[in-house]
Design a protein around this ligand. Sequence first.
Ligand SMILES: [Zn+2]
Length: 161
Amino acid sequence: MGPPPKESPVLRISKADYDLIRWEAEHCYPYECCGIILGTLEDGQRMVTMTLKCENARTDAAHHRYSIHPDQLVAALKLARSRSESIIGFYHSHPDCPPRYSTTDLTEAHWFGCSYVITSVDGGRASATDSYMLVGTEDRKKFLAEEIEVIVNGETARAAL
Ligand SMILES: [Zn+2]
């Protein structure tokens, strides 16, 4: 994708999708949930249109790792294309850990320009949800903190960072 934006990026999401991501984080506790985020890119605005819950393919360390099966990723790409949309991000949870990305999260992230949304779950309850955009190149990549703009009936309800 293009060069990293100069200003802090923003991910716009409906309250329904936002709540669903957080519910899944709670539901999967004490394991990590994970999923794919479809959306549109218009006038530099990134808007979530759909979230796709994925099975956490990590059976060895599912309480602090996640991975999405490649077949499910391909299926999601096809779905996005059929809707004239794109994969604009991924989400997962951090059971009993802050919503800050881990070194592993950065190492295993390869979708530049995509959002990586992380929900912290404390004792089974979703607390903070943060998002980072992957920028740079494979050998020099980093996560840029981005704002999550929650939309209710077309209006911004809450902005979280
Ligand atoms: Zn993580």
